[in-house]
Design a protein around this ligand. Sequence first.
Ligand SMILES: NC(=O)c1ccc[n+]([C@@H]2O[C@H](COP(=O)([O-])OP(=O)(O)OC[C@H]3O[C@@H](n4cnc5c(N)ncnc54)[C@H](OP(=O)(O)O)[C@@H]3O)[C@@H](O)[C@H]2O)c1
Length: 272
Amino acid sequence: MLGGDATEAIAARGHTVFGLPRSELDITRSADVEHALGALRPDVVVNCAAWTDVDGAEANERAAMQVNDTAAAMVAAAADSHGAKVLYVSSDYVFDGDKGRAYVESDLPAAISAYGRSKQAGETSVAIANPRHFIVRSSWLFGAGGGNFVETMLRIGREQPEVIVVSDQVGSPTYTPHLAQAIAVLIESEEFGIHHIAAAGQCSWFEFAQEIFDQQGLETRVMAGTTEMLARPAPRPAYSVLVSERPDPIALPHWRVGLGEYLAARRARTAA
Ligand SMILES: NC(=O)c1ccc[n+]([C@@H]2O[C@H](COP(=O)([O-])OP(=O)(O)OC[C@H]3O[C@@H](n4cnc5c(N)ncnc54)[C@H](OP(=O)(O)O)[C@@H]3O)[C@@H](O)[C@H]2O)c1
């Protein structure tokens, strides 16, 4: 999702961008990373590649670590050796969710899932490997080009009259083109370090689902469930809203605006 939108957003600001899918560059292969950076000579490497299967990571923590930590560190080090900055995309899941208030950049991560631990480790490794690093933590991404919660809800809405969605996890659903535009601005700067960049506003997955059906004009009934009821393999933070304590943060539109834009773009694609 994010890689495609980041490629577009960075190109839209007049830069030359090489958007490399996994089929063109597997970031776990150090010789290939070295070769790609040597050939392309970038000023910035934006690493959107990741193990993103949160539940799957529980049984495959080593594999998740290999991509989200070891390979990310290697990409960051290779960028450094070619004089390039690096941007690593991280997650609200590096936090345990127990703070009860929004998380700021200086809060200490304490991941509770294998995926969260792999992103937390990746943050540290990237920072060590390349002093000119941006660590961008975002949350609950949805966008074109990947499976996401909005598509899951719309599919369920077509197939059944009601759905149970958890109401005890709260975050900020972030539209990937909004995050991509922020990344495109950030990489032009020298504001290195951790950045919290997520949609404005907050909601539970239950409220997000309700808004999806409302905006799409579907009558699907949404019932509130608990995390315990759904018994997913990976634990998730109960409250992982991200805000920035930076003096001049890059602010994103509200998640409802992002959802509206996503559904409009989806309708335009269907009509075309
Ligand atoms: N999704 C969220 O809710 C969320 C929230 C916060 C942060 N993030 C972070 O945001 C970033 C972008 O995530 P996304 O939502 O855009 O995920 P995505 O759609 O799953 O994209 C991840 C991409 O990484 C690729 N990839 C996996 N292993 C690779 C490897 N070894 N070499 C090269 N590419 C590889 C995947 O390729 P294949 O499709 O071929 O596997 C996929 O294209 C990630 O760092 C993620 O951790 C995501």
